[in-house]
Design a binder for this molecule. Structure first.
Ligand code: PEP
Ligand code: MG
Length: 579
């Protein structure tokens, strides 16, 4: 038996025989051809592109039937790449100039493009390389005559084990048979992880060398709640996991039953639970899980699956779709948070040396005004469709906020001149996710209608620890006394200024932090939709008095470990199934 730890990206437990899908890792040797054969190879490339486009179009049409919008978007990106004439030209030019086979030209060209992505030492960008490898595999399958033999004709339940999964591979999985997914590579925000979540298949990624420890047919347990994979478990471990799996399913049913009930503490304090989303169609799942609105719409995902920028109309349609689900409740649209680990690095000729400290988020928007204004116009146009608020990410000083608001007013004036309807009283909030913003919260509060604490980045910047780097992941903790003190300052300053205060970082999705947040004065949290019922159950099981006492104790502690242990013990007593 071997236990591997990775990152949990899709909740649930799977126990099944492994199916390793690494077989498509083609190795294409460099083979020369006679000059007279070049046209034959070029024709083969054309045929392969055409067949790949047909295959993808069919897959995309299949997904349309089940309305998997995210998956469709990914297929659309791949189709756009396959239609890209310059890409095809680059490949055929290689055949002409170096007299190589079609397979070699395809592989060499796409791998060169992918390697530019992976060289960026940055989780998100290297994950984009997976899309390029996916297209390479699809073309090579056509050229080598190997059709999709992998997981399409399953007749028994399996746990997929792979070095890295492409989004299209994941999207092709049949949920009836694919019970779990585990991969060496990947991150929380990789496309494959997004698709696994949307299909509801338990998944763990970033397991580093799992594929070296598993052979096809080995039994594996995939624990998508705790990010653990057990290879060849002994019978006692299987028994324990079967029990845990039943408990987890029962907990799910039990929690679904409180969907309509309010998130209120035993002594009557009402807490508002909102959902974090990346795509408009997730709004439905927030509603299903009992969320009362959208507290964080990460709009940069509109940019991540495509080569060109979304138009104003595309922005508008995405917002309108989201708002239609929560018409009379709030939808907080965060302006794009690109840069650092998202997208813009891949477009750079010379990537920034410290992208997380570089041109990201609101800074990027303030230097790319055309793009920024396009989004602001779309948000304002959508603001008449429901209860819309706008939120600026990564504000580090007052000047940035004033600049962003000035541009916002300019856009309003443009719309006024064009007689385009919009809500002139739209609320403008900011994310507090840098220590500088936390420390100047009392000043920023004068110019913001609300704060939303982004604990993911606040933890990263306070502790000087990259949130995506597994080498320093033990230092990364929102329970660190330094982080907690900053959070307390922000809450106090928001209360003094009488503005709304939300928490939307992952901390709000973590059961062990809920009592603490309530005790520190938080009354609105925004979290990942699948966690809403569990968090609501905790809220309904505690009194505010207990929370206040716990917070007082915690804020007097000086060690992260002591705090974490205390919080876990306290939460375990309330909801043992959460751990
Ligand atoms: C955060 O930083 O806590 C946050 C919610 O924003 P993101 O995770 O999108 O950076
Ligand atoms: Mg952030």
């Amino acid at each position: 038996m071997e236990i591997k730890k990775g990152i949990a990206v899709s909740p649930g437990i799977a126990i099944a025989k492994s199916l390793i899908i690494d077989s498509e890792d083609y190795r294409i040797p460099r083979r020369s051809i006679k000059p007279g054969q070049r046209m034959v190879e070029i024709q083969r490339i054309r045929n392969a592109f055409k067949a790949a486009v047909d295959e993808l179009s069919q897959l995309k049409a299949g997904q349309e039937a089940i309305e998997q919008r995210k998956i469709r978007d990914i297929f659309a990106v791949h189709l756009r790449l396959l239609h890209d004439r310059s890409l095809r030209k680059r490949i055929t030019d290689l055949v002409h100039s170096e007299s190589v086979t079609a397979e070699y030209a395809v592989s060499a060209t796409l791998r060169e493009i992918a390697s530019h992505f992976t060289k960026v030492k940055d989780a998100y960008i290297s994950e984009r390389a997976a899309d390029i490898y996916d297209i390479e595999r699809r073309l090579l399958r056509q050229l080598l005559g190997r059709k999709r033999e992998d997981v399409e004709h399953l007749t028994e339940e399996v746990a997929i084990v792979a070095r890295e999964l492409s989004p299209t591979q994941t999207a092709g999985f049949d949920k009836t048979f694919v019970k779990g997914i585990a991969s060496d590579a990947g991150g929380r925000t990789s496309h494959a992880a997004i698709v696994a979540r949307s299909l509801g298949i338990p998944a763990v990624v970033a397991l580093e060398d799992l594929t070296e420890s598993v052979r096809g047919g080995d039994t594996v347990i995939i624990d998508g709640n705790r990010g653990i994979v057990v290879v060849n478990p002994d019978s006692e471990t299987v028994r324990q996991y079967e029990e845990y799996s039943l408990e987890f399913a029962e907990l799910g049913h039990r929690l679904d039953a409180i969907r309509e009930k309010p998130a209120v503490t035993r002594d009557g304090t009402r807490i508002t639970l909102l959902g974090n989303i990346e795509f408009p169609d997730e709004a439905e799942s927030v509603l299903e899980k009992g969320g009362e609105g959208i507290g964080l719409y990460r709009t940069e995902f509109l940019y991540l699956n495509r080569a060109s920028e979304p138009t104003e109309q595309e922005h508008y349609e995405a917002y309108a779709e989201t708002i239609s689900v929560f018409k009379h409740r709030g939808v907080i649209i965060r302006t794009v948070d690109l840069g650092a680990d998202k997208y813009t690095q891949s477009k750079r000729f010379a990537p920034e040396p410290n992208p997380f400290l570089g041109l990201r988020s609101i800074r990027f928007c303030l230097q790319n005004l055309t793009m920024f204004k396009t989004q602001l116009r779309a948000i304002l146009r959508a603001s008449v469709l429901g209860e819309v608020k706008i939120m600026f990410p990564l504000i580090t000083n007052l000047q940035e906020l004033m600049q962003a608001k000035m541009i916002f007013r300019d856009v309003m004036e443009d719309l006024d001149e064009e007689s385009v309807k919009h809500n002139r009283d739209i609320k403008i909030g900011i994310m507090i996710e840098t220590p500088s913003a936390a420390l100047t919260a009392s000043t920023l509060a004068r110019d913001a209608d609300f704060f939303s604490i982004g604990t993911n980045d606040l933890t990263q910047y306070t502790l000087a620890v990259d949130r995506g780097n597994e080498l320093v992941s033990t230092i990364y903790s929102s329970s660190d006394p330094a982080v907690l003190r900053l959070i307390r300052t922000v809450i106090q300053d928001a209360h003094k200024a009488q503005i709304d205060l939300h928490v939307c970082g992952e901390m709000a999705s973590e059961p062990e932090h809920i009592m603490l947040l309530l005790g520190m004065g938080v009354r609105t949290i925004s979290l990942t939709p699948p966690m809403i019922p569990e968090i609501k159950q905790i809220i309904r099981s505690v009194t505010l008095e207990d929370c206040n006492n716990l917070a007082r104790k915690i804020l007097g502690m000086n060690s992260e470990r002591q705090i974490s242990n205390y919080l876990r013990d306290a939460t375990r007593r309330i909801l043992p199934e959460a751990f």
